[in-house]
Ligand binder design. Sequence first.
Ligand SMILES: Nc1ncnc2c1ncn2[C@@H]1O[C@H](COP(=O)(O)OP(=O)(O)O)[C@@H](O)[C@H]1O
Ligand SMILES: [Mg+2]
Length: 405
Amino acid sequence: MMENMIIAPTRIEPARIEGEIDFGLAEAALSLAQAAGRLGAGLPPATLAQVAAMIRVMNSYYSNRIEGNNTRPREIEAALAGTFDEDPRRRALQQEGAAHVRLQAEIDRRAAMGVLEDPSSPDFIRWLHREFYRDVDSSALVIREGDSGKEGRIVMVPGEWREGDVEVGDHVPPPHDRLPAFMEYFHTRFRQDRLHGQVAKILAVATAHHRMNYIHPFYDGNGRVSRLMSHAMAHQAGIGTGGLWSVSRGLARGIAGGVPGREEYKEMMRLADRIRQGDRDGRGNLSLQALTRFAVWFLGTCRDQVAFMGGLLDFAGMGERLARYAAARDFRAGGAELLRAVLIRGRVERGDVAAVLGVAPRTARAVIKELTDDGILGSETPRSALELRFPSQTHEMLFPRLFEG
Ligand SMILES: Nc1ncnc2c1ncn2[C@@H]1O[C@H](COP(=O)(O)OP(=O)(O)O)[C@@H](O)[C@H]1O
Ligand SMILES: [Mg+2]
């Protein structure tokens, strides 16, 4: 009898936290919105754009690390530049790292242009998955090798819902034949035009993250696709701040940080799977209390990340760390001053450097060459204005602790 029962997509209810909301949750949403609103206020746009580029590498690093892929920022950068490890396994991981960065860049670009789609729509989510796996070696798509011959072999199709059933720890996601219905329903609950006001949009970032993973619509890649979806939803909620922070570092490190913090995400996801505990726990199939605790935790990790980035993007601190960087790299005279000038102005024309430093054009050219060779300065074209750049060798000094364990 049970087998014939239709499994209704309302099984994901409560999907949102509506009506009267918990005080701690309201506080979490408010403090996140406030912190995000102030982020990056002291730095010029050209510098912030480069910080956002670095954040995408950071987000990819942590998002992949949550899945046990420990590709380092340096390897992700190499992959973005088209250089891969010879080992096929490492190469595939590098491809995933690079794909995450490219996709987030596209999300950030669309958000900045005001043309970002509804992140909860099935089309968008499938697009994320398709793009994420577009350039990876086909070996990464093999979910199960199967027995001799091709019996039992499962190969994932990028952008397509899974065609079999799966388990995530103790959780049993909906059966595959119900996925279109679940994802349609997910969309009706999280569509932007049904989320009224910023609080509703912020809470939805948190709860949609769990409910999407609860449905687990793909064979693999759900976690990373969901973190990109959450990043897109943060933009729609007005807390994305030009991509100056992102969810994955917080999810990877939890509130506690360090080794204990690594377990928090999985524990909280498991908590939110819980079914309703009695009559005072909402009216859906799942527990409202557990979802609320999950959302407080999720938004708390986001706020921590925004606050952490806020500390790193403080103008005075950034200036000091750049000066230390120049000293550590032993740049010739004028190097530190040029970095400072670029920090203040955002962009400095190459032809202006001699005047800025008060040196002969020849000396100015030598200073520019040293800093662009190092990678700390760069420009869109070989002749255009100089901007700060934050390649991986700068991270440790300029963004201390950003990539720590
Ligand atoms: N108990 C759970 N309930 C719902 N989602 C979970 C649970 N445990 C883990 N997850 C989610 O599942 C993701 C892993 O799914 P997977 O398809 O392998 O994604 P990826 O390949 O990106 O790792 C985790 O990142 C997490 O978001
Ligand atoms: Mg996986």
